[in-house]
Design a protein around this ligand. Structure first.
Ligand SMILES: Nc1ncnc2c1ncn2[C@@H]1O[C@H](COP(=O)(O)OP(=O)(O)O)[C@@H](O)[C@H]1O
Ligand SMILES: [Mg+2]
Length: 373
């Protein structure tokens, strides 16, 4: 009789939990999620436990009878994740959560494995900020060390005289000040490591943000240089080895000329990997589940070219989107709210001109169409 890992608990019931559960369903892996909201996106497709992420009873209920517990967002309290470990394995390991929750720890980890980072300083007071602004110059980005996402908890300082305003706007909490990088483009790598230490990486993708929120991903990144891909894979492997990592890991990067700078990482499936559902041999969601369940990893090759557009604040007319050849609509079933990620569209094609044509037709069908360079 072959032992099969087939019951997975997921802390978090957002769209990432939902897409994990959907991928699991096809593989015969039953996913159950834990979320404070009873009508989370994942609860519509899989059994769900209702409770906050630090509710020990809820976590125990999630872990009961499960073969492995994972998480779909990185602000799960580390103590909560560790509280589950005596009951069942938690993967990726809570050490990865710890590193990803603190921008200072993250930068130190990147540096330790040889991934360069923007010039930065740790800030714990207005005086230390003023000193750092003098040293790093302007523009510079002030970021809270913890709990930032989608550009929240950040302020760009253009003038040293405005340092105090920035300090107040981020809430006078421990921060990093980073030199503003005039990058050529933003890239990310989604990598995966199995329980046996085997790793894989998807092609680097090119990301476009507006107001700190991801709008568009092109996969693979156009004109991707093989040396850049190799460098990013080497860094991802080193980080995963260092953390004893199991699962999918995403690393956001800035490309400056031929070099890469590490921005931040996410110890989970990532928005810039959504294209893999239709655009890669194996999706990031399936590979995350395969990894944490101790199954062989699937191939990470791209199948043709893809572009992924986030649907933010409002959903488009599905008929208009679906009329575009190669377009795939994903609706997370969330209440519309300004700035909220409600779904995404992945559009595929075999060559660049037809991808651009199809992408622009998709964008035309979306009210809040973004300026695509
Ligand atoms: N040092 C920097 N220089 C230039 N742009 C930056 C810098 N840091 C962040 N940004 C921009 O802001 C976006 C969000 O910042 P990030 O650190 O990734 O925070 P979040 O956790 O909100 O995603 C980045 O994707 C990038 O576009
Ligand atoms: Mg980011």
């Amino acid at each position: 009789m072959i032992a099969r890992v087939r019951r997975v608990g997921i802390v978090g019931g957002g769209q990432l939990g939902r897409m994990l559960a959907l991928a699991g369903h096809e593989l015969g892996i039953e996913c159950t999620t834990l979320d404070p909201s009873a009508d989370s996106p994942a609860a519509a497709v899989a059994p769900a436990v209702t409770g906050s992420f630090d509710d020990l009873d809820g976590l125990a209920e999630l872990a009961a009878g499960r073969d492995v517990v994972t998480y779909e967002f990185e602000n799960v309290p580390v103590a909560a994740a560790r509280s589950v470990e005596p009951m069942c394995p938690v993967l990726p390991p809570p050490a990865a959560l710890e590193a990803a929750q603190d921008r200072l720890a993250e930068k130190r980890l990147f540096t330790a494995v040889g991934l360069a980072v923007p010039a930065y300083a740790a800030i714990d007071s207005l005086t230390s900020l003023e000193d750092a602004v003098e040293r790093l110059g302007t523009p510079a980005v002030l970021k809270s060390r913890r709990l930032g996402y989608d550009g929240k908890g950040q302020a760009v300082i253009h003038d040293p005289l405005l340092a105090e305003d920035a300090w107040r706007s981020v809430g006078e909490v421990p921060c990093l000040l980073e030199a503003f990088v005039a990058f050529d483009r933003e890239l990310s790598i989604v990598a995966v490591r199995g329980r046996d230490g085997v790793t894989g990486s998807y092609p680097l993708v090119e990301n476009h943000h507006r107001e700190g929120i991801l709008r568009l991903t092109r996969a693979p990144a156009p004109g991707l240089e093989p040396e850049i891909q190799r460098a990013a894979e080497t860094h991802a492997d080193a980080i995963m080895t260092e953390l004893g990592y199991v699962g999918v890991l995403a690393i956001e990067l800035f490309q400056v000329g031929e070099s890469l700078l590490g921005n931040e990482m996410a110890p989970r499936v990532h928005n810039s990997g959504h294209w893999t559902i239709e655009g890669a041999e194996t999706s990031q969601f399936e590979n995350h589940l395969r990894a944490i369940c101790g199954l062989p990893l699937g191939a990470t090759d791209a199948v043709g070219l893809s572009a992924m557009v986030n649907l933010i604040g409002a959903m488009p007319d599905p008929e208009a989107v679906l009329a575009v050849a190669g377009a795939h609509l994903h609706d997370y079933g969330k209440e519309p709210r300004p700035g909220r990620k409600l779904g995404h569209v992945t559009v595929r094609a075999d060559d660049e001109p037809s991808l651009e044509h199809r992408l622009h037709r998709v964008l035309d069908s979306i009210d809040h169409a973004i300026d695509v360079p």
